[in-house]
Write a protein that binds this ligand. Structure first.
Ligand code: ADP
Ligand code: MG
Length: 256
């Protein structure tokens, strides 16, 4: 059975895509059959996986509006080895088109259902909003992974996301739970970051992953080479943190 995880945070630039791409590649390296679903019209997860978003014949957009299926739209990341359901600008139009479609928030869930046996992990990279696209991600998932920076406003933004997850759990997807908070772009030299990190642990206990992803320039450089950081520079601190995170995810997924 595939365990499906949504990587969500309505803020942009908090490390969702970096987390998805590196976790997918790290899981693949650990022998897990993995699919990465790019649900962001920016297509950053697609490009960061070494797939050219400008030359897609079919994408997650076509899948959501019912023009294609997963078997036709998925491609294999040439650099990461995992499968990708890619996205590009076309997806921006899906938001409007979905409104008039039946069962609009469950389109992704239904499309993934028939491929349950193909994967151990499915990771969904959400756009920076609580939109119909994110809703499709949350309805398809068993759990949510929330990457966050340990800064002053981080907790404030978190309550909106937690409320949305609670509403989706109550009304649309009883399977959904928060798997954990992942501290990313962490700089231990900054006292405030240490304080917020300790606050998170106090507040959320074992919902906070033990792995901490440091601020690491090699992770930021990797996408321009169309490569996950864990492939681009295995020895870098950021890559090692994502490998440790993958190990933790494999452990937590066993509890499902
Ligand atoms: P999101 O998907 O939430 O918008 P991204 O994953 O695209 O966020 O990250 C935003 C920017 O920060 C990108 O330029 C990315 O390369 C960079 N970045 C992400 N994680 C790290 C990290 N741990 N260290 C350094 N740069 C990072
Ligand atoms: Mg992103």
């Amino acid at each position: 059975m595939a365990r499906i995880f949504c990587v969500a945070n309505q803020k942009g630039g908090v490390g969702k895509t970096t987390t998805c791409v590196n976790l997918a590649a790290a899981l693949h390296q650990c022998g897990q059959r993995t699919l990465l679903v790019d649900l962001d019209p920016q297509g950053n997860a697609t490009m960061g996986s070494g797939v050219d978003k400008r030359s897609l014949e079919q994408s997650v957009y076509h899948l959501l509006v019912g023009l294609t299926g997963l078997a036709e739209a998925r491609v294999t990341s040439p650099t990461g080895g995992y499968d990708v359901l890619p996205a590009n600008r076309d997806l921006a139009g899906a938001e409007v088109e979905l409104v008039s479609l039946e069962n609009r928030e469950n389109r992704l869930r239904e499309a993934l259902q028939q491929f349950d046996a193909d994967y151990d992990f499915v990771l969904i990279d959400c756009p920076p909003s609580l939109s119909m696209l994110t809703l499709n991600g949350l309805c398809a998932a068993h759990g949510v992974i929330i990457p966050m920076q340990c800064e002053y406003y981080a907790l404030e933004g978190l309550s909106d996301l937690v409320n949305t997850i609670k509403k989706v759990h109550a009304n649309l997807n009883r399977d959904l739970k928060i798997i954990g908070l992942l501290r990313v772009m962490f700089d231990p030299r900054v006292t405030l970051q240490q304080q917020v990190s300790a606050q998170l642990e106090g507040h959320f206990g074992d919902k906070v992953f033990s792995a901490i992803v440091p601020r690491n320039v090699r992770l930021a450089e990797a996408p321009s080479h169309g490569m996950p950081g864990v492939v681009f520079d295995k020895a870098a601190k950021g890559a090692q943190a994502y490998m440790a995170f993958a190990g933790e995810m494999i452990e937590r997924a066993k509890a499902f």
